[in-house]
Ligand binder design. Structure first.
Ligand code: M6R
Length: 622
């Protein structure tokens, strides 16, 4: 998704803004731009299509743009094609040179999110003599701010709050006003924005990694708040224009956690960070041999009162939900439904205060997941967020929060956050089973012991990566890959398939193994790769039979199974073994070879592993 940065201080702004934007590249974008102003001079705007180095080249690495206050943006096109004219920043004036130039405008701004009523706003502004040069919704917002600013002769904060009342949709905005040199004004609704302060400087960003190098002291600007930012200082206002207090938070992440640390790609680094991500998450949730959900406020009484659980999430987080449903139902006996957040928000699913809606999200900002959370609250359900980013909107709005401790995840394809989410959901399942009297104390202790052993077992799976690298080079020209499994193995297959397609661009599908013969098996031809996940002893023979059905139609086979199931080698062409664990927790191990397979296949194909085409790390639009 789009990225925002801002800087005001004593240094030259443009190099800092370019550096910040480079740290947001992982979010996905197709054009970028800067607006920098030197004292009271009007802002100079420069924009470029494509990778950030085009913008850096155009500005001589930022040196050509003089000034100590500025804003920058990477755009992921929603309204209007990815062109220079549509790239941000946008200006309130009527003319903007396609590639930028001095903006003889009173207001210059960048925006993340979507303004739903921009067409209606544009019409109104056209009637008042504004001329539009781009196809973006952002231009309408910048011009609307300018319109109120002039019409009522009010200050920037009031002009922005009036605009906020008038627009519908989601936004994080950073604006500079010509009459207010050295200041940046910001506002947000349903799109993340943070403000960092240091001694003589302030920074704005849509995500922490952009400013971590400069400061760890940040304000999480709240929904429907405005901020007035000057060097080293930020003042916050509510929608009435009254000053409001926002707490200063210390970021505890190590700056190095957002660096590649010698790995070729963030994804590979994050795959290797999984033992730590799972261990830290487990340690935060299990104390002295007992799950401690006290911080999340999930009491035994609440757990006992539940008569149903709905899990809503997107992408890989939804796959975690798919796995968790089997574990919760099996251990705790509570019926679970797993819904894509984008579908759930438009369904009229009956629920009440005894329904727990769990929203799983790494970023805590995914628009559909946030909407699902709000719908659940409106319908009277109790809500729990399982979130990685502290202070994110989903974490703040849910009734209860379980944090995963995966640390910053930069690669678009999630790995360590997925694993940390699985671990958190497994602890939750075990605790629900205990609190509801569904398992003995001995069984509970065994489950927690098995969970505690997972980090080391994940590390052992990682030791086998060279074989997967070799196999990936063999399959890198494949056209179609099928991932099949039953039960928990099906849930892992979904994640394996997504990992493969999102970064290698090879078409792949995950299928419940028993369902293949109802249609999809007609796609199997000579040489089609079918990967079977075979970790559930009860379902092993059945999935092997389904793989044989594919083999007899020409498929070549790969199997992922647990140590000891060596007979599988008689039937499949390539086998990967993972250590034994309680079968409820095998997804945490089986997913690792699948992540490596996706990763190495993408590398073999020479693709941009960390920033796959068309994708964004955090999808903050519907
Ligand atoms: O930040 P979230 O966990 O809410 O993101 C959900 C999905 O967008 C995310 O898992 C996506 O599917 C990843 N690209 C998967 O690797």
């Amino acid at each position: 998704m789009c990225g925002i940065v801002g800087y005001t201080g004593r240094e030259q702004a443009a190099p800092i803004l370019l550096d910040g934007l480079s740290r947001l590249e992982y979010r996905g974008y197709d054009s970028a731009g800067l607006a920098v102003r030197d004292g009271g001079a009007p802002a100079e705007v420069v924009k470029a299509v494509g990778k950030l180095h085009h913008l850096a080249d155009k500005t001589d690495q930022g040196r050509a743009l003089r000034g100590q206050c500025g804003i920058g943006h990477t755009r992921w096109a929603t309204h209007g094609d990815p062109t220079v004219i549509n790239a941000h920043p946008h200006v309130s004036g009527n003319i903007a040179a396609p590639g930028g130039g001095a903006a003889e405008s009173d207001v210059v701004g960048v925006h993340n999110g979507i303004i739903e009523n921009y067409a209606e706003l544009k019409e109104k502004l056209l009637r008042h003599g504004y001329v539009f040069y781009s196809d973006t919704d952002t231009e309408a917002v910048v011009k609307l701010v300018d319109y109120y600013y002039k019409k009522y002769g009010i200050g920037p904060v009031d002009a922005i709050t009036r605009t906020m009342v008038r627009v519908r949709g989601s936004y994080a905005l950073a604006l500079m006003f010509r009459d207010y040199p050295g200041e940046i004004f910001a506002a947000r609704k349903d799109s993340p924005l943070i403000i960092g302060t240091a001694e003589d400087a302030s920074y704005l960003a849509s995500d922490v990694p952009a400013i971590l190098k400069y400061t760890r002291s940040v304000y999480y600007i709240d929904n429907l708040q405005v901020a007035r930012v000057s060097p080293g200082h930020a003042v916050f206002y509510d929608l009435n224009g009254d000053e409001t207090a926002v707490p200063l938070t210390e970021i505890t992440w190590d700056a190095a956690a957002a660096e590649k640390d010698g790995f070729e790609h963030f994804m590979l680094k994050e795959i290797h960070e999984q033992p730590a991500a799972v261990r830290d998450t487990l340690n935060s949730l299990v104390k002295d041999g007992r799950a401690d959900l006290g911080a999340a406020g999930l009491t035994e009484d609440i757990i006992r009162s539940l008569n149903g659980i709905v899990i809503a999430a997107c992408g890989s987080a939804w796959h975690v939900g798919m796995a968790a449903q089997y574990v919760i139902e099996d251990l705790a006996g509570i019926p679970v439904r797993v819904e894509l957040a984008s579908e759930f928000r438009y369904r009229s699913m009956p629920m009440n205060e005894n329904t727990l809606v769990i929203v799983i999200s790494q970023s805590g900002e995914t628009a559909d997941s946030l909407a699902a959370l709000r719908v659940a609250k409106e319908r009277g359900a109790l809500t729990l967020a399982v979130v990685n980013v502290v202070g994110s909107t989903i974490a703040r709005e849910a009734d209860h929060v379980l944090y995963t401790l995966a640390g910053p995840e930069i690669a678009v394809a999630t790995t360590k956050a997925y694993s940390a989410q699985l671990a958190a959901m497994d602890v939750l399942a075990a605790e629900m089973a205990r609190a509801r009297g569904m398992i003995t104390g001995e069984h509970y202790a065994r489950l927690l012991e098995e969970l505690a052993a997972l980090p080391d077992k994940i590390r052992r799976v990682l030791e086998d990566k060279e074989r997967l690298q070799w196999f990936s080079s063999k399959i890198s020209n494949a056209h179609d890959i099928f991932f099949i499994g039953r039960g928990l193995d099906y849930a892992v297959s979904l994640e394996g398939s997504l990992k493969m397609k999102e970064i290698s661009y090879i078409h792949s599908e995950a299928y419940a193994a028993g369902e293949l013969k109802h249609g999809t098996i007609s796609l199997i031809e000579q040489g089609t790769l079918v990967i079977g996940v075979l970790t559930q002893s009860r379902l092993f023979e059945k999935t092997v039979s389904n793989m044989m059905e594919c083999k007899s139609r020409g498929a070549s086979l790969m199997g992922i199974t647990v140590n000891g199931n060596f007979a599988v080698e008689d039937s499949v062409n390539f086998t990967v073994y993972v250590p034994k664990t309680d079968e409820h927790f095998t997804p945490s191990l089986a997913v690792v070879p699948l992540q490596l397979l996706g990763y190495y296949t993408s590398v073999s194909r020479g693709l941009d592993v960390d920033k796959p085409r068309n994708l964004a790390k955090s999808v903050t639009v519907e």
